[in-house]
Ligand binder design. Structure first.
Ligand SMILES: [Mg+2]
Length: 427
């Protein structure tokens, strides 16, 4: 008798699961002209004026433009010289990466204390899964209140798109902007996307857009009508995904965001040493490697710690708080200086360690506005080589004797698993 009831329960659970999938609710939040909004929070006289944030030299680039400046054709990544020609009367501001990182953190905290799963897609962009919340609040009402809370508590304008998936929500945010919100109801994804330019689909870059243009396709609706086989023959294996996105189909998951508190590296010498050259070479190499990890993860550090363990196992460390940075030419001298202050026992050293903590989201290029274009270009060139050929391909002359302390050195060390640093490596 009892056994007979099992199949029924099983069936109900399948129906429930299907229903949950149907009612998936993914929200995408995007702060409006984020760097400009941060500057306006610090100085309200900038409100309603065209404001451009970026490298202020003629060779700098625009990192953010207010909507008033965008009316003149200024946009981010534009050459500053061109921006000045288009909008000479704008207020020009050099960026401050650590200020923006702090304000981004305020928004992150509100979202993370309100929602179970949050993905931080960039310094000013977030995804979250609201599926199931409609049972209690209604997702759109909930989202509306959450947005109002962010604006009230941070003073930063933010927009959101709400729909069944990441792609449609991101496009909806773009349509809602500035400082507004949009809900695309379940089942209306295709209808919503159809009239829009193909350029608005997140997967479509300049190259794909050009190919579509050659085919005479400008709007998403035309792609929706194409057979998927045709898309595959034109775009290869990406063709299906682009076609699905255009049809409002996207089941990619939210990648939960875990804040990394610090990043560190240690070295135990095979034989205890007080050879100053060997030690400073090790420390320089560790600082250089960790700084590269920061830049690769779009992070800045503000707390530097150096650790020394002597041959008698006594361990000492010294810490210094500095303005947020990810620049070698600041971090390496700081680390060496800390070591010199720490090392006063004239006893053999067994182990040295370097730790970067107080991490914040931030772009080192902004951080380096103080520096010349030449320095920024040097960093970019060195990091590009590392990305392509591995971490150990470029290194400072001072660290030429050192091996690489990271393995699996590709990708972003902050978007999930910690970078694999080989601590306690014996030489
Ligand atoms: Mg934004």
């Amino acid at each position: 008798m009892r056994l007979q009831s099992y199949p029924k329960i099983w069936n109900i659970s399948i129906i429930l699961e299907k229903n949950l999938n149907l009612n998936k609710a993914i929200i995408h939040f995007d702060l409006d002209a984020f760097f400009v909004s941060c500057e306006r929070r610090l100085d309200s006289s900038l409100n309603n004026k065209p404001v451009i944030v970026g490298g202020t030299g003629n060779r700098g680039v625009v990192t953010a433009a207010s909507y008033e400046a965008r009316k003149f054709g200024v946009h981010s990544a534009m050459n500053m010289k061109t921006a000045r020609q288009l909008c000479p009367h704008a207020v020009y501001i050099r960026g401050n990466g650590s200020t923006y990182a702090k304000m981004s953190q305020e928004v992150t905290e509100i979202l993370m204390e309100t929602l179970p799963i949050v993905e931080k897609a960039s310094v000013d962009e977030f995804y979250a899964d609201l599926t199931g919340m409609d049972k209690f609040f209604g997702c759109y009402k909930f989202s509306t209140e959450l947005r109002a809370k962010i604006i009230r508590e941070t003073g930063l304008p933010i927009s959101f798109g709400l729909s069944a998936n990441k792609t449609v929500s991101k496009v909806a945010t773009g349509e809602a902007k500035p400082n507004n919100q949009m809900n695309v109801a379940n089942g209306l994804e295709k209808v919503f996307l159809a009239p829009l330019s193909i350029k608005k689909i997140p997967m479509v870059g300049d190259k794909t857009f050009k190919t579509f243009s050659l085919l005479g396709i400008r709007n998403v609706g035309l792609v929706q009508q194409m057979p998927v086989e045709r898309m595959i023959s034109v775009f290869g294996k990406n063709g299906r995904t682009i076609w699905e996105r255009c049809c409002g189909i996207d089941d990619s998951p939210i990648k939960p965001f875990h804040e990394r508190k610090s990043i560190s590296s240690e070295r135990t010498y095979g034989k205890d040493t007080f050879d100053q050259v060997v030690i400073s070479t090790t420390i320089t190499a560790m600082a250089e490697n960790l700084a590269y990890q920061l830049r690769r993860g779009n992070k800045l550090t503000s707390v530097i710690t150096v650790k020394v363990r002597y041959s008698d196992f006594q361990t000492y460390s010294k810490q210094l708080k500095i303005p947020h940075t990810a620049a070698d030419h600041i971090l390496i001298p700081t680390v060496l200086d800390l070591f010199n202050k720490l090392y006063d026992r004239r006893v053999l050293i067994r182990l040295v360690g370097v730790r970067f903590a107080g991490l914040a989201e931030g772009n080192y290029q902004i951080d380096m506005f103080e520096n010349t274009n030449k320095t920024v270009n040097l960093y970019n060139a060195m990091d590009e080589l590392r990305k392509r050929f591995g971490d150990s391909v470029v290194r400072r002359a001072a660290t030429m004797g050192e091996g690489s302390r990271t393995i699996g050195g590709q990708g972003n060390p902050f978007d999930g698993k910690p970078p694999i640093l080989l601590a306690h490596r014996h030489r």
